[in-house]
Ligand binder design. Structure first.
Ligand code: UDP
Length: 484
């Protein structure tokens, strides 16, 4: 009887998920929505008209499995915020300097969101929103429901940031290029001041202000969800728990995608047909292909792209190279054409101009290495596929993920920081050689497989992340029960 009451109460819950309109937030929150809906609760994901077009197929597939999941599209005020036409997702920004206006535009959906919340049936029981959306805290307060923060970064990054800002070791080094050790960490983690993201540096008051606001508002939230699993980040998860009483590691959420179609159709329409892509991969030897992709936000200049191309060619190995739509300039295309690049690498080099089915590619047995910018989602996708990585972070928290991949998990070969200096074709070629054939290559591959196994176990029934989702749902039930 008690069990059936709990079941009934759980079935009446309605989770309102609000992502920052960026691929690295919408993708994992959509996966999390599916994981919640699999437990029998109602889920609504807030989105915008153009993002709805991209994500509708995923939601329709979930609905066809009788999951109670829906998208609610609110008009996105891109014009009012001074953003480009049709820009409803951070991947459509023409420059990352527009990031601040983009955050403002996200906040402008507050009033229509509140109107929608009055109409939704059943009434939302809680808000789960990404950390950047500090204003959702006020909305939750207004509707007297709890808000939970959904972190799209790792516990390692959270703990590292905390230790650096508390101990201010970076302020005690003589120059930007001197290294300092992050204190009280389970592993030896070293940074140079020049490598730190702007919000930790001395200059950027604006960014520091935004980050402080996020940190303060996080403390007002009832709890925190991290897209990671406890086993993957031992020591760091426990450390974060010392700061917050309700933290649940509930990932990697991407592992809910079991069918090829779910791995293929994620976040955007792919620029390569699923079967064409699989056919190409099937024709390659196991663990031989290098997959090179730098996320959804990067703006990589043509000279850097050319070095990537030359490095991949010089490696003499099969590769898939993604050139993002925004990076696809006339200069790069002319270089490719004049040098007959695609002819030179015919049979072993595949260029995808635009969106790639990253998870489908990474999970194919012929992929032997992931050349990545270390966004947290990409990092998790590499880890879950058991594929060792070549790391070349660009900015922000990517540098923390790079340290995590290379120094903690020990499944990566480091090139450096892309914004510090151009990565040369020679460096790319050497890193590929080290990854595939170097002295430690075998051990690295084994470790990558072991970590992937840990992640898989965590999301299975009885695993830590699976149990943490149960605990999170129970917490929402507790917080919203009439006796509270
Ligand atoms: N992604 C993809 N195809 C692409 C580029 C990116 O599927 O061609 C996905 C990738 O799998 C990941 C997300 O977009 O899930 C990018 O998030 P991440 O945190 O790695 O980096 P960001 O885009 O924020 O730099």
């Amino acid at each position: 009887m008690a069990n059936s009451n709990i079941h009934q109460q759980q079935q009446q819950l309605h989770f309102l998920l609000i992502p920052l309109m960026s691929q690295s937030h919408i993708i994992p929150l959509t996966d999390f929505a599916k994981l919640l809906a699999l437990r029998g609760v109602d889920v609504t994901i807030i989105t915008t008209p153009l993002n709805a077009i991209r994500y509708r197929p995923i939601i329709d597939r979930a609905k066809s499995l009788n999951l109670k999941i829906q998208l609610a599209a609110l008009e996105f005020p891109n014009r009012e915020a001074g953003l480009p036409e049709c820009c409803e997702n951070m991947d459509s920004l023409t420059s990352l300097d527009q990031g601040h206006s983009f955050l403002e535009a996200n906040e402008m959906i507050k009033a229509p969101l509140e109107k929608l919340m009055q109409e939704l049936v059943p009434r939302p029981s809680c808000i789960v929103s990404t950390n950047a959306l500090v204003w959702t805290n006020e909305v939750a307060q207004k509707f007297k429901i709890p808000r939970y923060v959904f972190h799209t970064i790792s516990c390692f990054t959270i703990v590292c940031t905390l230790k650096i800002s508390e101990n201010k070791m970076h302020e005690s080094v003589a120059s930007d290029t001197d290294s300092f050790l992050v204190p009280d960490m389970p592993h030896k983690i070293e940074f140079k001041r020049s490598q730190l993201p702007e919000w930790l540096g001395e200059k950027s008051d604006d960014k520091k202000h935004i980050m402080n606001k996020m940190k303060d508002t996080e403390h007002l939230a009832r709890g925190v969800l991290v897209n990671s699993c406890e086993e993957m980040e031992p020591g760091y998860f426990e450390e974060y728990k010392k700061q917050r009483s309700r933290v649940w590691a509930i990932g990697p959420t991407l592992l809910c995608n079991k069918e090829n179609l779910d791995k293929y159709d994620r976040g955007n329409k792919s620029c390569i047909d699923e079967y064409q892509c699989l056919k190409w991969l099937d024709s390659m030897k196991p663990c031989s292909v290098i997959y090179a992709c730098f996320g959804s936000l990067s703006h990589i200049p043509s000279p850097q792209l050319i070095q990537f191309g030359l490095g991949l060619e010089a490696s003499n190995r099969p590769f898939i190279w993604i050139i993002r739509k925004n990076d696809h300039s006339a200069e790069t295309e002319t270089w490719l054409e004049v040098n007959k690049f695609e002819e030179r690498v015919k049979g072993r080099g595949l260029i995808i101009r635009g969106w790639a089915p990253q998870v489908l590619i990474l999970s194919h047995p012929s992929v032997g290495g992931f050349f990545t910018h270390c966004g947290w989602n990409s990092t998790l996708e590499g880890v879950c596929a058991g594929v060792p990585m070549i790391t070349l972070p660009l900015f922000g928290e990517q540098i923390f993920n790079e340290k995590f991949v290379v120094d903690v998990l020990k499944v990566g070969v480091r090139i450096g920081l892309m914004s510090e200096k151009l990565a040369t074709s020679e460096q790319v070629k050497d890193a590929i050689e080290e990854l595939i054939d170097g002295e430690e290559a075998g051990e690295r591959r084994e470790r990558a497989k072991e970590v992937a196994e840990l992640a898989k176990k965590a999301v299975e029934e009885g695993g830590s992340s699976h149990t943490n989702i149960t605990m999170f749902i129970q917490d929402v039930m507790h917080a919203t029960s009439p006796s509270q």
